[in-house]
Unconditional design. Sequence first.
Length: 360
Amino acid sequence: MVSISLCMIVKNEEEVLERCLESVKDLVDEINIVDTGSEDNTVKIAKKFTDRVFFYKWTGNFSTARNVSFEYASKDYILYLDADDVILEEDRQKFLKLKQSLSSDVDAVSMYYNAGTDEFGNVTLKYRLNRLLKRSRGFSWAGDCHNYLNVTGNILNSDVGITHKKIKHSVGRNLSIYKEKIKRGDSFTARDYFYYGNELRENGHYQDAIKSYEENIKLTTGWIEDKIYACINKADCYRFLNIKEKELSSLFESLNFSKIPRPEISSRIGFNLQRDRKFKEAIYWYQLSIQLEEDFNKWSFTYPAYSTWYPHLQLCVCYYNLGDYESSYKHNELARSFRPEDDKILFNKELLEKKLFLNS
């Protein structure tokens, strides 16, 4: 069985660190914690789990700090986590099975990153990350803000998930890093334009976000997946600005890159048409969202809501407006299977049961 070093960088994480380490302590063979200047009980908590606690003066660069943490690893493979990540029980079992069966010729193992969950425990955003790395390959981090690993070789895609359970959000932190890059006169890659657009969008700067996404789209370089979501996210910006025609054209523009519709695209097209009361046309796109199969080997963003409860809920609304209460009820019940205590879905259930009773 392979051995694993956990490597983490932390700063002022007393609220979440113990939760993280409790979920992983028996899955790894070594825990390395690099503290970058905590002023709370983070170090004290870390020392409850390991005597391998190290200190590094923060320079403002995440990649450099992460690479420093990797230098302390001594086992076959390196696992990295953030302090607000956890490995849930189902995934702990999958992780242990993976560890017991992993072949030493594997250079890296990708795992799902469940980056968000709703109040009912449904994953709202997930994507793959190379999470377990063969130490002897010397893989390193790059990038100022949204770091990435330069990984090549024999990569195994696993079904293990790491779940992000953030308590607070650092509003504007990443945006300021990109603004510093602009101030220094740094050149932007296609990847930089995509993630800068995301930061602008998340902070409500929609017009500037659109410009950044368009810079990404027009470059011939960069990951095709980023270009797909640059179009989708640009459409969201136009929706927030209530510019429906450009919203719709941006969604269809994404098909130039994806070639095949995705739930994140088709559900948005459905909603655009639904807002104009084009219910039959909207139904087509929502039905497509449900029918599309998920690609296990997909690395880019997946928003499961767009293929599960969301299109069913919108189909409920569309069929209701067309007077088809049976279909409306059916899709509301399918939405309820994902969100059983959702107030809107429960309201629909009561309303539709009355309609169906009166019509029977």
